[in-house]
Design a binder for this molecule. Structure first.
Ligand code: GLU
Length: 509
């Protein structure tokens, strides 16, 4: 058995979409499950689509997700370099070899020639004619011209590309790990360019050459690459490498929440959720696209959610650590159909992960959120305790601010509406007394404070339950937060008294 080697082969053309991260994740889980290697390869041969900063962004996203490459541009390995633009010189020999064997040909057509061909052969039955077995005969290439003519063009320095010569009438069959046997008719596939006029390979040539040279055994990619698969299968065959061809897995799409069509950036904008792993600022337009990270997701929750978007463990359990995912991942349980994205479910994963993550692990994530909101000089031990107290209530990391600000500051606004209709002099009187009572409590802890509160309520002949909401509004400002007596314990007697006083002033009794 060959050592399992998978690769993630993104093109640095922009932000990393959920679907891309999921491809990387499945590729990684599969490799690790089999004790193999996961390779990151940057496919940057299309210089027109190259975007500055996109490669670093991809690397940052994978690091954030904990999807570590064993080899890649930043992890040198035996098959370096891992950036296709740096491998440029390796590809031409394979394209030339294909020409020599009669599986590819030189084509000298200009952009105008191609345009004219599309016009000339356009018909109602064929609205966009391709460069293929029919049209190639009429074009300017080494199949239609004589050898002498081709030599003259070459000597004159006419720019040319190398195209694959797709077979006339063949059913190209391959086995996909998810979809089973796939049949394609070669007659429907065009003669794709393999090597461009500038000497750069196209994706089609580079992906095959590199998967071969890097000894890739299993290739995961999105299903949008299915139409290109027959070209790649033929290249593996024509180059004499069929026995080394990786097994393919074309992953189903991640669908819009409504279930119709691929989830796009626009759906995210429309429905208010991110579709990128991390914030991505388009260097050209300056447009900023929010990422899951910045929205307040834990990477563990993000990859857990992504893993379940198209795969199922076969058990009830839904929360898995990365190590568990590696252990359990299997291709048999990857769904064939598209997976509908559900942001509420994504948040559920995050909530579960926040609840179950150690408070001291959350500390370095929560502290900057509070600091950014001008809560400075926090005692770290105190903050860890606060985190433990409120983490059950936080769905996104940013929720820690609302859920814990009152442990550090007096509320800046009071939800008086929540109490006003039932407010009266008796209650005002109760809280005047309560403020003094607080100073008398010997053992300062939540149960002791609660007992005293209830005793005093009984003396005042008011139901304690009716007093708790106003007390909460005094300390927190709104109708939320953990148990009010715990908050009292945490913030200390002085703060409790000040907040009671402030409230009584504001409500005007
Ligand atoms: N470079 C291709 C992309 O940008 C990768 C396709 C593949 O993995 O074969 O998606």
């Amino acid at each position: 058995m060959r050592r399992v080697r998978t690769r993630f082969a993104p093109s640095p053309t922009g932000g990393l979409h959920l679907g891309g991260v999921r491809t990387a994740l499945y590729s990684y889980l599969f490799a690790k499950h089999h004790g193999g290697d996961f390779v990151l390869r940057i496919e940057d041969t299309d210089r027109n689509r190259f975007v500055e900063g996109a490669e670093q962004y991809i690397v940052d996203c994978l690091n954030w997700c904990g999807i570590q490459a064993d080899e890649g541009p930043h992890q040198p390995g035996p098959y370096a370099p891992y950036r296709q633009s740096e491998r440029k010189d390796q590809y031409r020999q394979y394209a030339e070899e294909l020409v020599k064997k009669g599986y590819a040909y030189y084509a000298f057509d200009t952009a105008e020639d191609l345009e004219q061909m599309r016009e000339q052969y356009k018909s109602p039955g064929n609205p966009s004619p391709q460069y293929d077995r029919h049209t190639r005969k009429h074009m300017k290439n080494s199949l239609s011209a004589t050898e002498t003519q081709v030599k003259t063009w070459m000597d004159e320095g006419l720019p040319y590309v190398i195209r694959i010569k797709m077979p006339e009438n063949e059913t190209i069959i391959f086995e996909d790990m998810i979809r089973g046997e796939i049949h394609n008719e070669s007659a429907l596939v065009d003669d794709k360019v393999l090597l461009k006029a500038d000497g750069m390979p196209t994706y089609h040539l580079a992906v095959v050459v590199d998967d071969y040279l890097m000894k890739i055994t299993h290739a995961f990619r999105g299903e949008e690459w299915l139409p290109s698969a027959p070209v790649h299968i033929k290249l593996w065959e024509y180059l004499g490498w069929a026995d080394h061809m990786p097994e393919w897995a074309h992953l189903p799409l991640i669908l819009k929440p409504e279930g119709n069509g691929k989830l796009s950036k626009r759906d995210g904008d429309r429905l208010g959720f991110p579709v990128f792993a991390m914030d991505w600022k388009d260097p050209q337009s300056g447009e900023l696209m929010t990422g899951f990270k910045e929205m307040g997701f834990l990477p563990e929750a993000f990859i857990n959610m992504l893993a379940m978007l198209g795969w199922h463990s076969g058990e009830e359990q839904e929360i898995f650590t990365k190590e568990e995912l590696i252990r359990k991942f299997s291709m048999e349980r990857v769904h064939k159909g598209g997976a509908r994205f559900d942001f509420e479910k994504a948040k559920w994963f995050n909530h579960e992960w926040i609840k179950h993550t150690d408070s001291s692990t959350l500390l370095p994530l929560v502290q900057p959120i509070l600091e950014e909101k001008e809560i400075k000089e926090m005692n770290v031990d105190y903050l860890v305790q606060v985190i433990s107290l409120v983490k059950d209530r936080c769905t996104l990391l940013n929720d820690f601010y609302t859920q814990s600000v009152f442990f550090f500051q007096s509320p800046t606004s009071l939800d008086l509406e929540a109490v006003q209709s039932k407010w009266n002099n008796e209650k005002a009187n109760f809280f005047q007394v309560w403020s003094d009572e607080l100073g008398q409590i010997q053992e300062w802890n939540a149960p002791a404070i609660e007992n005293r509160f209830k005793e005093l309520a009984t003396i005042h002949q008011i139901k304690a339950g009716e007093l708790q909401m106003p007390y909460r509004i005094m300390l927190v400002g709104g109708k939320y937060g953990p148990a009010v007596f715990l908050i009292s314990e945490f913030i200390g007697v002085k703060n409790c008294q000040e907040r009671i006083k402030h409230f009584l002033n504001v409500i005007g009794n």
